[in-house]
Design a protein around this ligand. Structure first.
Ligand code: B12
Ligand code: SF4
Length: 382
């Protein structure tokens, strides 16, 4: 997103709260009279507390507009703008909307026609939806984060969205349409990433292995260009089962080291409820196959789905142990609490079963995968 601002001649800086030694000192240092705006990225949950702290700090020193982007602003733009300290929100992918917003702010022009941006006018909240054509990301300005040191893993997003319809999944709201970045641009990103000499490239697409033909093409071209590297990616159980041995071995030979799978539950009843389109048997089959091929599976699980019972959760726990026993190299992530996100298929059922959606931006900060305050208020509450 920031590469488009840079190409437009706008100076940008990233301050990473996780890595900065003196975060607030760094923010303070960069508050200068010529600032156009300050953008903050935020997901739903405790990060919101940080947005509140950071905004309060900024407001002590300057009235520079604060722009919120990322998953939470995309899910709830109107409610987010009700927070007094948020001046603008950017909805969905930020490349074109943020560039257009920054241009308008720089020129002191009207925001009225800027698509995918929300703002306040005369005390009223205005959300500009509209259509924004995709802009392809070719070059990532890694120099903006080089002061934080050499990365162990470099993430690459080569596609957005997913064609499946799991009813708990927020991707349908964040990226409603599946979109593939052209292969030649993916190769540019890979070449740039390799210059940083990472140990792994991580394809963090919503569902990297969705289009098998495309994935095979990417790695055939990497082979032709002699780009050898270790990589990890996201995938679905059914898709990997459909890959034949030759395809899987080819990908392993091109550096595929691990695949992240969302298994979610060991209970068939729950897998059906969430429309995952997989069964525990399929997972067990995949687990043995990946063991044989020497590819490490990472499995993640959830609990606290509406109508889930203690028995369902116990099935999940037993299943996690079984997967580890049958493939000792499998990585089993801890169980996360299901979070009902507005706009997803399962949200209404969660509300019918007792989930009380927060009514303000601030309240969403308490929606936490470990918190008990808003943890699933069902029979199965962990
Ligand atoms: C990589 C990733 C991680 C990594 C982060 C690694 C890192 N070093 O950054 C790790 C593994 C640590 C992680 C952890 C978690 N994650 Co995560 N993660 C992702 C993932 C797969 C990709 C995010 C990413 O970098 N995308 C690439 C960038 C380019 O895209 P983007 O972030 O969407 O940004 C675009 C727009 O949102 C917008 N934008 C974003 N920020 C801003 C800011 C401004 C100012 C503007 C204008 C625009 C803008 O423009 C960008 C360019 O188009 C997403 C899934 C997804 N498909 O987005 C989940 C996702 C963001 N994660 C999610 C969750 C829930 C978590 C965890 C809570 C999981 C858990 N239970 O532990 C933790 C929380 C971590 C924390 N610190 O708070 C959810 C958030 C849901 C929500 N409603 O907010 C997502 C959407 C996954 C999902 N489908 O549920 N995550
Ligand atoms: S959970 Fe995974 S497979 Fe299901 S819709 Fe979301 S991204 Fe696609």
């Amino acid at each position: 997103m920031l590469s488009y601002l840079i190409e437009d001649g706008i100076e940008v800086e990233i301050i990473d709260q996780r890595l900065e030694k003196d975060f607030f000192g760094s923010v303070h240092q960069r508050i200068t009279p010529d600032l156009i705006c300050i953008g903050i990225s935020c997901i739903t949950g405790p990060q919101i507390e940080q947005v509140i702290r950071i905004s309060a700090f900024i407001r002590k020193w300057t009235n520079t507009p604060i722009v919120l982007g990322g998953p939470h602003a995309t899910l709830l733009p109107h409610q987010t703008l009700e927070a007094a300290f948020i001046d603008y929100v950017v909805i969905g992918r930020g490349e074109a909307p943020f560039l257009n917003l920054v241009r308008a702010l720089k020129m002191n022009a009207s925001i009225q026609g800027v698509s995918r941006v929300g703002y306040k006018a005369n005390g009223r909240i205005v959300i500009n939806r509209g259509f924004v054509p995709e802009i392809n990301v070719r070059r990532i300005p890694y120099s903006l984060v080089s002061r934080y040191g050499r990365p162990l893993t470099v993430p690459i997003v080569s596609s957005y969205g997913c064609r499946y319809h799991c009813s708990f999944c927020v991707e349908k709201v964040l990226h409603p349409k599946y979109y593939e970045i052209p292969i030649r641009d993916v190769l540019f990103m890979v070449e740039d990433a390799l210059r940083l000499r990472p140990q792994f490239i991580n394809f963090i697409d919503d569902n990297f292995l969705l289009n098998r033909k495309r994935v095979m093409e990417i790695f055939s071209l990497c082979q032709q260009k002699s780009l050898g590297f270790l990589w990890i990616c996201t995938g679905r159980v059914d898709e990997v089962l459909r890959l034949n041995d030759d395809a899987l071995r080819f990908l392993k030979g091109r550096g595929l080291s691990a695949i992240y799978f969302g298994i979610e539950s060991g209970s068939l009843k729950i897998l059906k409820l969430i429309r995952k389109q997989i069964t525990p048997e399929m997972v067990l089959k995949l687990n043995l196959r990946l063991r044989k091929e020497g590819i490490i599976p990472h499995y993640s699980f959830m609990a606290g789905f509406p109508t889930e019972t203690r028995e369902d959760i116990e099935k999940t726990i037993r299943f996690m142990y079984q997967l580890k026993q049958e493939n000792p190299r499998a990585v089993i992530w801890k169980i996360n609490t299901y979070t009902p996100y507005p706009g997803t298929g399962l949200f209404d059922l969660a509300v019918q079963n007792g989930f009380k959606p927060p009514e303000t931006f601030e309240e969403w900060s308490r929606i936490h995968f470990y918190s008990t305050e808003y943890a699933a208020p069902y029979d199965a509450c962990l």
